[in-house]
Write a protein that binds this ligand. Structure first.
Ligand code: NAD
Ligand code: LMR
Length: 330
């Protein structure tokens, strides 16, 4: 039996993500939590003739804890999205508290759950989650993930215009670092199978992956940020976690983890100066089994990108840690 919870289930990401989970044969129970509209979303999804049983909860009557109880996987897309002109860090003020409170609830009633964080700024919300779990004595670094899959999906898609490969998913491109602007570092030199990006196209391609989110924010013109592609990406990552936990071998996916807590991660943390970092992580029955040190394989062009990534990311990480260790006065 696999129980998956979506926290923020009524939102732009939450609804299509819940739809994908509802029709997945890997999910037996789907629990939807949001501060609004879960009764409607739940009633709607419950008419789909798939295996997963769906239940919805609002905060009243201890709804959050009821939603989380017994969860195997909790995916968190709760929080506000960007509008044009905003950075992801501008979301910190509101989303930091939302993620902190949701993770406190998970620590209490579903401490063994795999936690997949989508809420921005991911660079800071994942360290917030880690600190909350540490304070509760429930931190398992193998089970906490920042979802950076959308960056990988974008790299796969955008590179297709250059390679002409019909199926974009046939090219595996590691995208590492964090999840905002310059902290997103695509390593096209490490693509498998190898691809040749002409030097005059590399800057524009790299920039498009780093700022793909802004492209959508601009196009939506005040109505939010990526929701459908994110629901796809979140589902793709959640599915991989469930498959790995069920015993499928050979699943490796870039994800933002607490490196010192994952095998092979310490040396990457030392090399980058960042405790939280996205690298390809081998997933196993216990979660994050091994972090792959792809950083050391970056070419000179990518090393320069990485230098810019490290400085931005360090600040984002300490901001998240501080938020929990020294909470702002109200
Ligand atoms: N990691 C990524 O790659 C990625 C990609 C796209 C968006 N995002 C982020 O995902 C978040 C959600 O985006 P969206 O477009 O779905 O926003 P949205 O506003 O459409 O939906 C957010 C939902 O969260 C709910 N919510 C707010 N506070 C809550 C709480 N305390 N508990 C439970 N639910 C709560 C809201 O009611 C709403 O339904 C944003 O922070 C956005 O920046 C991340
Ligand atoms: O750009 C955003 O704010 C949302 C998300 O992080 C994205 O990459 O699309």
């Amino acid at each position: 039996m696999v129980k998956v919870v979506v926290a923020g289930a009524s939102g732009g990401i939450g609804q299509p993500l819940s739809l994908l989970l509802k029709i997945s044969p890997l999910v037996d129970e789907l629990s939807l939590y949001d501060v609004v509209n879960t009764p409607g979303v739940t009633a709607d999804l419950s008419h789909i003739s798939s295996v997963a049983q769906v239940q919805g909860f609002l905060p009243a009557d201890d709804g959050m804890k009821k939603a989380f109880k017994g969860a195997d996987v909790v995916v968190i897309p709760a929080g506000i999205p960007r509008k044009p002109g905003m950075t992801r860090d501008d979301l910190f003020k509101i989303n930091a508290g939302i993620v902190r409170d949701l993770v406190k609830g998970i620590a209490e009633v579903a401490p063994d759950a795999y936690i997949l964080i989508i809420s921005n700024p991911v660079n800071s919300t994942v360290p917030i989650a880690a600190e909350v779990l540490k304070a509760a004595g429930k931190f398992n670094p193998k089970k906490l993930f920042g979802v950076t899959t959308l960056d990988v999906v974008r790299a796969e898609t955008f590179v297709q215009g250059i390679t002409g490969e019909k199926d974009p998913q046939k090219t595996v491109i590691p995208v590492i670092g964090g999840h905002s602007g310059e902290t997103i570092v695509p390593l096209f030199s490490q693509a498998k199978p190898a691809i040749n990006i002409p030097q005059d196209k590399l800057d524009a391609l790299t920039n498009r992956v780093q700022f793909g989110g802004d492209e959508v924010v601009k196009a939506k013109d005040g109505a939010g940020s990526a929701t459908l592609s994110m629901a796809y990406a979140g589902f793709r990552f959640a599915e991989k976690i469930i498959k790995a936990v069920k015993g499928e071998k050979g699943i490796v996916e870039p994800t933002y983890v607490y490196l010192p807590g994952v095998e092979g991660g310490k040396e990457i943390a030392e090399a980058t100066g960042c405790d939280f970092f996205s690298v390809p992580v081998e997933l196993g029955t216990e979660g994050a089994a091994k972090a792959h040190n792809i950083v050391s394989s970056a070419n000179d062009y990518e090393k320069k990108l990485l230098e810019a990534c490290y400085s931005g990311l360090k600040g984002n990480i300490s901001k998240g840690v501080e938020f929990v260790k020294n909470p702002p006065s109200k």
